[in-house]
Design a protein around this ligand. Sequence first.
Ligand SMILES: Cc1cc2nc3c(=O)[nH]c(=O)nc-3n(C[C@H](O)[C@H](O)[C@H](O)COP(=O)(O)O)c2cc1C
Length: 344
Amino acid sequence: MSAVAPASLTDPWTLGSLRVPNRVLLAPLAGIGNWFVRLQAKRYGAGMAVSEMVSSHAIHHGNAKTCNEMLRIDPAEREHGPVSIQLFGEDPAIMRSAAAHVAALGADAIDINMGCPVPKVQKTGAGAALLGDPDRAVAVARAAVEGAGGLGGIPVTVKLRSGLRAGDESGFAVAHRLVEEAGVAAIAFHPRSAAVHHKGTPDYALAARLVASLPAPVILTGGLADAAHVRTVFVETGASAVMLARGALGNPWLFAELVGARERPPSPDEVMRELDWTIDRAVEHLGEERAGRYLRKFYPWYVARLQLEAPLARRLAESLQSTAGVGAAREILGHSQELLPASR
Ligand SMILES: Cc1cc2nc3c(=O)[nH]c(=O)nc-3n(C[C@H](O)[C@H](O)[C@H](O)COP(=O)(O)O)c2cc1C
């Protein structure tokens, strides 16, 4: 009997027809996962990055902001591995049309959101609401597969929850139907119910059961913020890959650590340089004025890694968040250099 060696996070794997260079991926993050956040994750070693969720209806109707900004893929993103665009919607015909558009645009893969718990999304029948309507979930996914070019086209994955409420494991059966009836290439599994949103411990045992029974790769997401923990659950569940979400906010170094490219946390200088890179890219993407507002949510993530005393970190984050534009933020950051531990 020959034992098969367990996969390592740095091993390549295949997603449908796609080769993914490693098993550490960036999760979809609404309002965050644009081209430059994905590029940042890739620069630090992510094998694949998934976009923020994008409305299939907005794409179908040609909404300019959606098509020009949210669907923007930077050629440099691809140098490091594939890019997947996540779509949400409840209407199969609209989903087919949006998937065809995204495939024509050059996305390497498409993910369908069947996990979003936000009432505004669920009310329309999209996101996690599809777990309660498995026939529609299958129809939406099948339409996406058709729109993406059929079985010879780009792979379609679905990201879903374990169920709608605590104790509900309907996501398990829906995952099987999506693979077996709709031709979905992989399932990204978040083993928390939609009702708890992002709270509580994910049910990794359920994820392991899905891995053992599903005839397609399972990508694990949920609670993956610490390198040692990520390695443990990757082995324990037998998942094909892991997806980092909150653990990667302002923390691309977690990718580097997981792919064996570094061992130590970033120095305050490295954090400052990365924040600077992020500000530059946001201005490139949105222009000075909009970037100033957009970046307000980003600042605290980086400030938290500057190794400052808590009250000082809080004051710095607050003053950055109250800036009117990137010029003022850069000025504050310039003055803050002398406060950093390494430059004392
Ligand atoms: C701010 C934020 C935005 C998110 N946006 C999306 C999204 O657009 N699509 C999606 O499928 N999941 C989304 N998620 C869920 C994450 O992709 C991930 O599955 C979840 O946060 C669990 O991982 P974690 O516990 O490591 O954060 C979002 C989560 C957060 C915190």
